[in-house]
Design a protein. Structure first.
Length: 202
């Protein structure tokens, strides 16, 4: 951290910024932030941790935040795979929050969380923009199977797709640039992530 970040546009022709070595975008413009086998470029804020296990990042303890500290994002898409051990497992992906230091609540209060918890109430269930917008459906696979989520953010417009189905549209009013991260919610929610990718829009 410590000082201004170098524009990734200089390195990869992108709108986000970085200071670590990340692979170049693929033919569709996606940059791999981690395939699940490494935490390079990621930092923890708050209690608990994510551990590398069986080729994925496993959430333990909490409530904390694992965030990709080497890049901030403007208009972009974030794509990742996740699976739960039980439909009640709780986690989520945060977008466009400022540097949290060691305080995971910065992401909660200044960014937006796209929730993962199939059994939660409306606006708190999988695919929702937590506390703001409920999904139209929860098309997740059975516990133990991998799901795919894509979060598209352009200006203040947020679109969430789960397993190929668009489930949420939301218009926000918070920052139009920031970091991305994953939530480790509690000891009873060992949610796993892999193939976390981002690409610019525009």
């Amino acid at each position: 951290m410590g000082g201004p970040m170098k524009p990734l546009a200089i390195i990869l022709g992108s709108l986000f910024a970085t200071a670590c070595s990340v692979p170049p975008p693929d033919s569709q413009g996606w940059t791999l932030l981690t395939d699940g086998s490494s935490l390079e470029g990621w930092q923890m804020a708050g209690p608990g941790a994510f551990v590398v296990e069986d080729g994925s990042l496993k959430a333990t303890g909490g409530m904390g935040l694992l965030w990709f500290s080497e890049a901030s994002f403007k208009d972009f898409e974030l794509s990742f795979e996740w699976k739960v051990a039980d439909p009640a497992n709780n986690s989520g992906a945060f977008v466009r929050f400022p540097d949290p230091g060691d305080d995971p609540w910065v992401a909660v209060h200044e960014g937006y969380e796209i929730q993962i918890c199939d059994t939660a109430l409306e606006k708190h269930n999988t695919g929702s923009v937590y506390s703001f917008q409920a999904p139209t459906s929860v098309p997740t696979k059975p516990a133990g199977e991998w799901n795919t989520m894509v979060i598209r953010v352009v200006g203040q417009d947020y679109t969430v797709t789960v397993n190929g189905a668009e489930v949420t549209r939301f218009t926000g009013d918070r920052s139009t640039e920031g970091f991305v991260g994953l939530q480790n919610h509690d000891d009873e929610s060992p949610v796993r992530y892999r193939n976390i990718r981002a690409r610019e829009i525009g």
